[in-house]
Design a protein around this ligand. Sequence first.
Ligand code: SF4
Length: 328
Amino acid sequence: MTVKGRVFSGARPTGRQHLGNYCGAILNYVALQQDYDCVYCVVDLHALTTLQDTHDLKENTYEMVLDWLAAGMDPEKSIIFVQSHVPQVTELHTILSMVTPMGWLSRLPTFKEKVRQQPDNVNYGLLGYPVLMAADITLYKADTVPVGEDQVPHLEFTREIVRRFNHVFGETLIEPQEKLTETPRIMGLDGVNKMSKSLDNHIELAATAEEIRRRVMTMVTDPARQYKSDPGNPDVCNVFALHKVFTSSPAQVEQIGAECRKATIGCVEHKKQFAEDLILSLAPLREQRAELSRDPELVWSILADGAERARVIAQQTITEVKSRVGLP
Ligand code: SF4
């Protein structure tokens, strides 16, 4: 196998993962492991910028990583660790902040959005968030970052910081490139908003069969279809969209779509079928999760090992950076 380069990606510790996380990130993380040297980080320090209540950070980290591992993220192939376990990232953040003009940060639309969202907690961390992100990526010498189209400007910001640092102190840091990933936008059970835990419109990967059946039955379908005798439009129906992802028989799902258009199948019948297919699709992941959770220390020892490997790369980078900067 030829390794193409090093990937870095981080995710906030959001606890048990749902179908949206799975299709939007985890499946991609697993696939990238085949071709890249991957570094996957639980960005707990980033989470502090918006959290005032931190009591469940540890549990959320545990639950998220358990899902990652159960889904096939492999600590033998990838470095999986927690951001704050490698303190060099905060050193690099400080150094990079010295080459990042305030104006760049305060003009960012994401910062303005956060100020609108949490006017009572406009902390420095919010402003410096993109600098910490640049530190995350460059500390591990990543040349590739998987992003969706909407995150490309964020990565460009990292590149700007890198260019500025390299211009001032000499070629040291790697300018990361984006790897555009087409991720389906997974809608929530309401069919209107993106699937999200905070909106409680999600289905957890670890949900029980009963929970999956119950949640699927609440899903909003084609809003124009009121009666079974009305022909439906699967193209605007979230049940259909998700069923196409979670099935062992795409042909059967297409068949259901055709029946929907002819009004020969009702939404309740389709949902029941979808729920069973979803339960079946997630069964291996659920079993693996149960197996991994038998040893409550396993996740933490995997994360400790990941941090140890990450620190080796981090120390190398920070030593080079400090020497370039001229720190004694
Ligand atoms: S039959 Fe299926 S695809 Fe058609 S509207 Fe109902 S749930 Fe959606």
